[in-house]
Design a protein around this ligand. Structure first.
Ligand code: GRF
Length: 213
């Protein structure tokens, strides 16, 4: 994709956003972030974006009475930037069908578990309380369900700690490697979603099925 540009949606710290900013600087992502949009005015990620001159937008979900109205406002704001891809990075809202349709097959999310295991919040503690021996991260295309949509890539580690904080740190390190790599695949036209299937270099991926037990 020539002139690949993507919008990043955040709600908080934005350490994954920072990894993307760094990856662009290091040419690991060939493209640019056209806009960082937050639903929280005080998200630290907005400061990270401003520091490097990236446009920022705030659409506060509390100002909208329905998910559809909130999503419609985001669609309107993002239209001004014409992103090729929407990248969710710690964006704590579930997108409605209106938004998903508007950016059909062009929305990525990262989730801190080996989906389909452990969707939702507090994954590190829940993994530690389970009998799992591995934990990891998933990048997936997004549908309108919680952490749902076909999987693009995963990476994982053996669990060697009892501390959720330590585990979270390790998982974040995986995220900072994996997410820029997958975003760049999309930017280069190597990664595509067609309905509920994902293709990398024209080969269908079936990641995630082996995690079902
Ligand atoms: C990450 O763990 C990501 O997997 C999840 O939300 C967290 C965001 O962290 N979706 P940050 O805001 O990028 O630091």
């Amino acid at each position: 994709m020539i002139n690949f540009s993507f919008a990043v949606l955040i709600s908080g710290n934005g350490s994954n956003l920072q990894a993307m900013i760094d990856a662009i600087e290091e040419k690991k992502i060939q493209g640019r972030i056209c806009c960082v949009l937050s639903n929280k005015e005080n998200a630290y990620g907005l400061i990270r974006a401003k520091e490097v001159g990236i446009s920022t937008e705030v659409v506060n979900n509390e100002n909208y009475s329905t998910r559809e109205e909130f999503d419609s406002k985001m669609i309107e704001v993002l239209a001004g930037y014409q992103p090729n891809l929407i990248v969710l990075a710690g964006f704590m809202r579930i997108l409605s069908p209106i938004f998903v349709k508007s950016y059909r097959e062009r929305i990525l999310n990262i989730h801190p578990s080996l989906l389909p295991k452990f969707p939702g919040l507090d994954t590190h503690r829940r993994v530690l309380e389970s009998s799992e021996t591995r934990h990891g991260v998933t990048v997936h295309f997004v549908d309108d369900t919680l952490d749902g949509g076909p999987i693009c890539s995963q990476s994982s580690i053996l669990i060697k700690t009892n501390s959720p904080i330590e585990l979270k740190k390790k998982i974040h390190e995986l995220e900072y490697e994996l997410y820029p790599k997958v975003i760049n695949w999309f930017g280069q036209g190597r990664l595509t979603q067609v309905k509920d299937k994902v293709y990398l270099d024209n080969k269908e991926l079936n990641i995630g099925e082996r995690n079902e037990s």
